[in-house]
Ligand binder design. Structure first.
Ligand SMILES: C[S@@+](CC[C@H](N)C(=O)[O-])C[C@H]1O[C@@H](n2cnc3c(N)ncnc32)[C@H](O)[C@@H]1O
Length: 243
């Protein structure tokens, strides 16, 4: 395993050409938000899932870069402006910046943003270069930005009182960018109903929908509302895009 402070990975890799395992190793060294807040649904995306999402976006040219292939709804080969909504410890924002994007990352929680900024510092030292990324404290409903791509893992709406948080995040994302990658949780036992709901929401906002993958997403019992110690839920990776 790469020790924090080791230069071994960075020294041997052109970071914009990183493969999934190299990116996953790098992301696995980021600190997590320690005191996770239930009301903000601060579920940490595992590095393996974040790396998969980011590499899919990268290969589709949605994070910029010269080596990417074209894909419906994508910008080809140019540097991209990327927004991460609900950045938490910055895992998506930092990964996108490593792959060559210019990133603005928003979160309402100043403590999460402190962790993200510390992760950025560590990563820049590790890579030996500055990352083009800003961490900004803002509630998603007030975010006013414009970008090529949004990449995000919004709150799933599992915690009492946070229902529809994923819808608020999606509606903001649709206003920001013509391409949106989002991890969205499947309703228990009724995956197709959730997917139809998301497709309908996208369509009303003039977006098309592709479901690229699904994952088992671990939810540790740090929130006090799960009866089991830890459980896994099904999460879909969506790509929403405009022609
Ligand atoms: C599911 S976590 C994802 C964190 C991180 N992006 C990841 O993938 O591991 C959702 C994030 O959204 C943030 N959040 C929740 N409600 C928010 C709001 N109204 N405005 C902005 N950020 C919010 C939380 O603080 C948390 O960091």
């Amino acid at each position: 395993m790469l020790e924090r402070g080791s230069k071994s990975l960075a020294a041997n890799t052109s970071t914009e050409n990183m493969n999934k395992s190299q990116l996953q190793i790098l992301l696995s060294h980021l600190d997590e938000v320690e005191e996770k807040k239930a009301e903000l649904e601060q579920y940490q995306t595992p590095p393996s899932i974040a790396a998969e999402v980011l590499i899919q976006a990268h290969v589709a040219s949605d994070l910029g870069g010269d080596n990417a292939e074209s894909d419906p709804g994508s910008r080809n080969g140019q540097r991209c402006d990327v927004v991460d909504l609900g950045t938490g410890n910055g895992i998506f924002a930092l990964g996108a910046a490593v792959l060559g994007a210019t990133v603005r990352a928003y979160d309402t929680d100043p403590e999460a943003l402190d962790v993200a900024r510390e992760n950025r510092e560590w990563l820049e030292e590790e890579l030996g270069r500055e990352l083009d990324i800003s961490f900004i404290e803002e509630n998603v409903i007030f975010v006013d930005d414009e970008a090529d791509t949004v990449v995000m893992n919004p709150p799933f709406g599992l915690q009492r009182g946070t229902g529809q948080a994923n819808v608020r995040f999606l509606e903001t994302a649709f206003d920001i960018a013509p391409v949106v990658y989002a991890l969205l949780h499947q309703s228990e036992g009724d995956r197709e109903r959730t997917r139809d709901f998301m497709r309908g929401l996208a369509s009303r906002n003039s977006f098309k929908t592709r479901i690229l993958a699904w994952f088992r997403f671990p939810l540790p019992n740090t929130f006090g509302f799960h009866e089991k110690e830890a459980e896994e839920i099904n999460v879909d990776l969506y790509k929403f895009f405009q022609d």
